[in-house]
Design a protein. Structure first.
Length: 309
């Protein structure tokens, strides 16, 4: 039987660019969609390598228990010593920002001060620990789910008791110091094979639903921010010659947590302090930004997996 690259995921739109690269390189692969399935724990998995692209936001696409089923599949694969890229440790970080921050801090990578709360009363009580503006976000999230900015505890209380309150799918809401950047940008650092590939600047003027695949596969729509009259600035821009502070620490963090492919989002405050606030282990790439910079993430992933196969 021919060995293949097995791709574990729950969103066919996100895997299409990767599969296209496999086709171009003539690599054998198989699509393992986690919307349903079954595994016989007494039978050995197929030979090959396995790439886990499960997403923390799967529930927004009707796949509520896909991460839990993926966890079972990865345990099965690993029990038979199959090679898994973004393994079960990576999955646990993907679906919990609390675990992300704890793991990042172990490598002395600064993260924003964060309080995790379960229950509305506890959430409101946790807000008393913040003196300045703060944000809420979901513990299991993706695409900026649950991100809201609050200037006061009273504003949070009104939100929590309103019909608009959006609870995290795992019941845990995070409160976090609001890191104010000098300009409305964050930087997303992409890693292939556990090594830094490139950084992309992301305009946050329109909010924090920042998945490159979701936000910018919309034709030629651009942010309203312009460098000069009549010149639109794209939402995503790859930064040439970007130097990632503590790059060795980030790469060591990835290695220690079974993460082969990731996009890590960082933000710099007005004093120049850099914070990591999100780790995406099912990272996507923006086509227009990559064409402009002539560097391609999915191609790099396909080439890496081809060599491993």
């Amino acid at each position: 039987m021919t060995k293949k690259i097995y791709v574990i995921h729950e969103n066919s739109e996100w895997t299409a660019p990767l599969f296209q690269r496999f086709e171009e390189l003539g690599l054998p692969y198989e699509d393992w969609h986690m919307k349903k399935g079954h595994i016989d724990l007494t039978e050995a998995p197929p030979q090959g390598i396995f790439y886990n692209r499960m997403s923390a936001s799967s529930h927004t696409r009707g796949h509520r228990y896909a991460p839990e089923y993926t966890s079972a599949v990865l345990s099965w694969l690993e029990s038979y010593d199959r090679k898994v890229f973004n393994d079960s440790r990576a999955l646990q970080l993907e679906i919990s920002k609390v675990k992300q921050y704890s793991a990042l801090k172990a490598f002395h990578i600064p993260v924003p001060r964060t309080v995790a709360a379960y229950g509305k009363d506890e959430l409101l009580h946790a807000a008393t620990k913040f003196n300045g503006p703060f944000i809420t976000k979901h513990n299991r999230a993706g695409k900026g789910l649950g991100v809201q900015l609050f200037q006061t505890q009273t504003a949070l209380e009104s939100y929590v008791h309103s019909e608009n309150f959006d609870e995290s799918i795992d019941g845990i809401t995070l409160l976090q110091d609001y890191i104010e950047a000098p300009e409305p940008y964050i930087v997303r650092c992409e890693f292939i094979g556990g090594k830094f590939l490139y950084a992309v600047q992301v305009n946050t003027s329109d909010g924090f639903e920042l998945c490159p695949a979701d936000a910018c596969q919309i034709g030629d729509q651009f942010c309203p921010i312009t460098d000069q009259p009549g010149t639109p600035t794209p939402k995503f821009k790859i930064l040439k010659d970007f130097v990632l502070p503590q790059q060795e620490s980030y790469e060591a963090f990835l290695d220690a947590n079974g993460i082969t492919f990731a996009g890590i989002e960082i933000i710099t405050d007005k004093s120049g302090n850099v914070y990591a606030y999100d780790v995406n282990t099912n990272t996507n790439y923006n086509r227009d930004a990559e064409v402009e910079a002539n560097i391609y993430g999915m191609k790099a992933i396909a080439e890496f997996l081809g060599k491993e196969l």
